[in-house]
Design a protein around this ligand. Structure first.
Ligand SMILES: Cc1cc2nc3c(=O)[nH]c(=O)nc-3n(C[C@H](O)[C@H](O)[C@H](O)COP(=O)(O)OP(=O)(O)OC[C@H]3O[C@@H](n4cnc5c(N)ncnc54)[C@H](O)[C@@H]3O)c2cc1C
Length: 468
């Protein structure tokens, strides 16, 4: 089949730029179409330490090190009467002898470096190009139609074809909007609203080895929480995540007022925002109903990668880790398939299974955590969790116990490593905690079957907008 390109990628965020780099580096003809003009604001500023090797592999580690100031060392849960620190796995120190740490920086900087890296590696990256739709011939995706917005919203429409179309459009979910039966709201997490902004002050954050630089501040109601994460020496990102119940209780109250109420009622944040010079930079932003997943992550001529494939609540800051892991796996598979199409079925099935596993394991973790009222102490208490997990039947209970029993034969170090891999969005094959969570995920599918169906019906009734 004659095509203009090997691969067209919709979206030049972390997923799109990573795939573009890894494909173009192998000599593929890659076109990236990005709707925005970079650098642009994006939420999701906190990464995990597992990302370091991937950045080295991409060739951006040194560039990121130069622009990054804050070093994140794990997660700190701050509840109203106690707190708990969870450091990244101490599997090795960095070249300067520091404990493992992760980059934490404004996304406009991270994403810009990743996009320029894709260009350096040979990808044709075009900004201000809004893809309107993926063109199908029968069931096969063969190309895209897009609008040039460099001169404004009414620009010319273009069309190009490729052997593979990758949807990396993030929460815009361009392809899933065309294939609505493929996408569903994540039933485990129900509706959530997040309000967030950047705040400046004379903070002078320092990078001591014991300074985690990520606080997850939990409200007394045990449902809502806020992130507090420095992203520059004197700049901090704060975001509040509210449950549907809290929103209903405070119906009609503007989101900014809800943000202020949350801060005032959370002692650490309330004290912190009283510092001299503290002020908001730019506007408040919101994200609503952002948790969902896809039934299939690949099809004939197309694949989903990053947030366009799914996203599960930001509570453990694993969105980017899952995005990078998926982008690496997909690019490797496509590079092999473009050389030898006979392996297509096997490689894509493996990608589909692995991505599904990431979202199921992460979704179950987050759901259990909300069941434990965002309290890591309850979460680590097997009796509490056993009592509060709804099981669909005895088969599901037995499966859960089976994986739990297998875990007890591992030593403490192995158990801790498996737990950490799951918490930080990087479960490896053979991880028994991940297997236990997978079995729970299938259990929850049954327990919440009716809710899933209702969500599907609601979505089917919503108008479909593509490429807005
Ligand atoms: C409230 C909230 C907080 C979060 N916090 C964290 C966190 O702390 N840590 C973390 O790891 N993750 C976090 N995330 C998730 C993280 O932001 C995402 O996982 C990550 O951005 C996914 O990267 P991506 O490349 O798939 O999508 P994106 O980064 O969204 O990139 C998609 C790109 O596609 C472009 N695009 C969209 N539509 C079109 C179109 N029609 N044509 C062309 N281009 C298009 C967009 O302009 C965008 O640049 C958070 C998410 C939310 C909602």
């Amino acid at each position: 089949m004659d095509t203009d390109h090997d691969v067209i990628i919709i979206g030049g965020g972390p997923a799109g730029s990573t795939c573009a780099t890894l494909l173009a580096r192998e000599g593929r003809d890659v076109l990236v179409l990005e709707r925005a003009k970079f650098p642009r604001f994006h939420i999701g500023e906190s990464i995990t330490a597992f990302g370091t090797d991937l950045f080295k592999d991409l060739g951006v580690y040194e560039d990121l090190k130069q622009v990054n100031y804050i070093r994140k060392r794990g997660l700190e849960f701050v509840l109203h009467d106690h707190s708990k620190k969870l450091y990244f796995p101490d599997t090795g120190r960095d070249e300067d002898g520091h404990l493992p740490w992760a980059f934490q920086m404004p996304r406009e900087k991270l994403d810009d470096i990743l996009m320029n890296n894709a260009r350096r590696n040979g990808a044709d990256v075009r900004e201000e190009q809004a893809v309107k739709r993926v063109v199908f011939e029968g069931d096969r995706a063969v190309g895209v139609e897009w609008q040039d917005r460099t001169g404004g919203a009414e620009g010319e429409t273009h069309r190009a074809t490729a052997r593979w179309i990758l949807d990396a459009s993030g929460q815009a979910c361009l392809l899933n909007r065309q294939l609505p039966e493929n996408c569903h709201n994540h039933h485990l997490l129900r509706r959530k609203v997040s309000v967030f902004g950047h705040f400046r002050g004379d903070f002078d954050f320092q990078n001591g080895d014991d300074e985690i630089h990520f606080k997850l501040c939990v409200h007394e109601n045990g449902r809502d929480w806020a992130w507090w994460l420095p992203i520059e020496r004197n700049l901090c990102s704060i975001g509040v995540v509210l449950s549907r119940d809290s929103m209903q209780e405070r119906k009609g109250v503007p989101l900014e007022a809800l943000f202020d109420e949350f801060i005032a009622g959370t002692s650490f944040l309330n004290e912190w925002v009283q510092q001299p010079g503290f002020e908001r930079v730019g506007e408040f932003r919101t994200a609503v109903d952002y948790s969902y997943s896809s039934r299939r992550h690949v099809g004939d001529g197309w694949a989903l990668v990053g947030d366009s494939a799914g996203f599960i609540d930001p509570v453990f800051s694993t969105g980017l880790q899952i995005t990078f892991n998926s982008a690496f796996m997909l690019s490797k598979a496509l590079n092999e398939i473009l050389d030898d199409a006979s392996r297509q079925k096997e490689l894509l099935a493996e990608y589909d299974r692995t991505v599904d596993r990431y979202y199921r394991v992460n979704g179950t973790l987050v759901h259990l955590f909300y069941m434990a009222q965002v309290d890591p102490f309850k979460f680590e208490n097997p009796a509490f969790m056993w009592k509060h997990i709804p099981f669909a039947g005895w088969r599901e209970r037995l499966r859960f116990l089976y994986w739990g029993l297998r875990l007890t034969f591992k030593n403490e170090e192995q158990r801790r490593r498996m737990g950490e891999e799951v918490v930080f969005g990087n479960p490896q094959p053979g991880n028994l905690v991940a297997e236990q969570f997978l079995s729970l995920s299938r259990n929850f599918d049954k327990v919440y079957a009716r809710e899933i169906q209702e969500a599907e019906e609601r979505r089917a009734a919503e108008p479909v907008e593509v490429g807005a």
